[in-house]
Write a protein that binds this ligand. Structure first.
Ligand SMILES: CC(C)(COP(=O)(O)OP(=O)(O)OC[C@H]1O[C@@H](n2cnc3c(N)ncnc32)[C@H](O)[C@@H]1OP(=O)(O)O)[C@@H](O)C(=O)NCCC(=O)NCCS
Length: 150
C-alpha cells in the first residue's frame, strides 16, 4: 500500500490561477474573476495561499492583513477533496500568518446558508458579531464572524 501523498501549503503563484479559478467557479454562484486573484498576488496587504497535493492545487485561502486586523477573504477546497482536513490546513496557516503579521483580530463573512463553512469557523472559535441583511443577491444574509488572536 502506498503512503498518502502529503498536502503542502505554500504562497499562491500566477501559474496556480487556472486551477484556482476552476475550483472557484465550481464553489461559488458569484465566483471571483481572474483579475481579482491577480490583484491578490500583487497587493502588499494580501497573503494568498494554495494547498497542493502531488503538484495539483486542491484548495486556497486569501488572507488580508492590515495593522491589528486580518481578514479571510476567500477559502475553498476542490469538491472531490472536501472532508479531508484541507480547509483546516489552510486555516491553521492563515491564523499563524495573521498572528505573525501582528493582527489581533481575524474577521470574515459567510453566507447564512453555508453550514459547512460556519461549522469550520466555529470550530476555530470564530463568533458572530453582525448580520448584514440581504447582502447576497439582495436576499441572503451575510454573517460576520471574528476571532481574537491575542
Ligand atoms: C467550507 C470548505 C472550505 C471546507 O473545506 P474542507 O476541506 O472540506 O473542510 P475540512 O475537511 O478541513 O473540515 C474542517 C471542518 O469544517 C467543518 N465542515 C467541513 N465540511 C462540512 C460539512 N459538509 N458539514 C458540516 N461541517 C463541515 C467541520 O467542522 C470540519 O471539522 P471535522 O471534520 O472535525 O468535523 C469547503 O466545503 C468549500 O470549499 N466550500 C465551498 C467554498 C466555500 O463555501 N467557502 C467558504 C466561504 S465563506
Amino acid at each position: 500500500m502506498s503512503a498518502p501523498v502529503a498536502v503542502i501549503i505554500r504562497p499562491m503563484e500566477r501559474s496556480d490561477l487556472d486551477a484556482v479559478l476552476a475550483i472557484e467557479q465550481d464553489a461559488y454562484p458569484n465566483p471571483w474573476k481572474l483579475e481579482h486573484f491577480i490583484q491578490e498576488l500583487h497587493s502588499p496587504l494580501a497573503i494568498p495561499f494554495v494547498a497542493v497535493q502531488d503538484q495539483t492545487v486542491i484548495g486556497y485561502l486569501c488572507l488580508m492583513s492590515l495593522f491589528e486586523e486580518a481578514q479571510i477573504l476567500n477559502v475553498a477546497v476542490a469538491r472531490l477533496q472536501r472532508g479531508k482536513g484541507i480547509a483546516r490546513l489552510l486555516m491553521d496557516t492563515a491564523i499563524r500568518t495573521a498572528r505573525e503579521r501582528g493582527a489581533e483580530l481575524l474577521t470574515l463573512e459567510v453566507r447564512e446558508s453555508n453550514r459547512a463553512a460556519i461549522a469550520l469557523y466555529e470550530s476555530y472559535g470564530f463568533v458572530r458579531y453582525f448580520v448584514r441583511r440581504g447582502y447576497y443577491e439582495g436576499t441572503e444574509d451575510a454573517i460576520l464572524m471574528e476571532k481574537t488572536l491575542l
